[in-house]
Write a protein that binds this ligand. Structure first.
Ligand code: ATP
Ligand code: MG
Length: 204
């Protein structure tokens, strides 16, 4: 019988800043799909958000490291930040697959709302051949696979796994807005993240 491959979760995002919503879906996917670990990869230059105004790549990486530090199954990786130019998930997964050879299966963890636009991603069909997707149900954005099926075909559906998560209506956008308005972000981000944001005066 073939040996079961190690399953590795990949959590990509701008993480500007990382919040409890990100950590919750990663932990839910880890548990539901029996992932050996989840690698958090902050994007250097998000291809979809060129005009974004937020924290530097270095600050976002540090915030991510602080947030995942207390979970032995989580770690942060700076592969996208080391690469020049826009970082595409396809390039990142290719690099991970090359590093781990045939010994691992990758599960890209995304908010369910991402499925509505996933067919616009760079080299999406090739990405589906490199990894599975773990889609978390996110409030206000019910998961519909109709568009994905219509645009990418029936075959990709077997690579999409829906994961039930507590629905947390938290976004980085809302956290940045709160900070600008001098409002509380307590309990929306880990305490270590909150402390670092104030110490460095981010998003003020
Ligand atoms: P922004 O408001 O700046 O767009 P965000 O909160 O959406 O930030 P991202 O870094 O853009 O965070 O998201 C990374 C991934 O996490 C995406 O797949 C997104 O769908 C998912 N995600 C973010 N917040 C939540 C949440 N509260 N519940 C479930 N998934 C989430
Ligand atoms: Mg977003």
């Amino acid at each position: 019988m073939a040996e079961e491959k190690k399953r590795i979760g990949v959590m990509g995002g701008t993480f500007d800043p990382i919040h409890i919503g990100h950590l919750t879906i990663a932990e839910a996917a880890r548990e539901a799909l029996r992932l050996a670990e989840v690698i958090f990869i902050p994007a250097a230059e998000p291809p979809h958000k060129p005009e974004r105004r937020g924290a530097s790549a270095e600050h976002r990486l540090r915030l991510t490291q602080l947030a995942v530090g207390s979970n032995p199954f989580f770690r942060a990786l700076d592969v996208e930040m080391k690469r020049k130019g826009p970082s595409y998930s396809y390039d990142t997964l290719r690099a991970l697959v090359e590093t781990h050879g045939d010994h691992a299966d990758f599960y890209f963890i995304i908010g369910g709302d991402e499925l509505n636009t996933i067919f616009t991603w760079h080299r999406i069909l090739e990405l589906f051949s490199l990894c599975h997707f773990a889609a978390a149900r996110r409030k206000g954005a019910p998961i519909s696979l109709t568009d994905v099926r219509a645009r990418l075909g029936e075959e990709v559906l077997s690579r999409i796994h829906c994961v039930e998560t507590p629905e947390l209506e938290i976004s980085s956008t809302d956290i940045r807005r709160r900070l600008q308005e001098g409002r509380s972000i307590r309990y929306l981000v880990p305490e270590s993240v909150e402390t670092y944001i104030y110490k460095e005066g981010l998003y003020q």
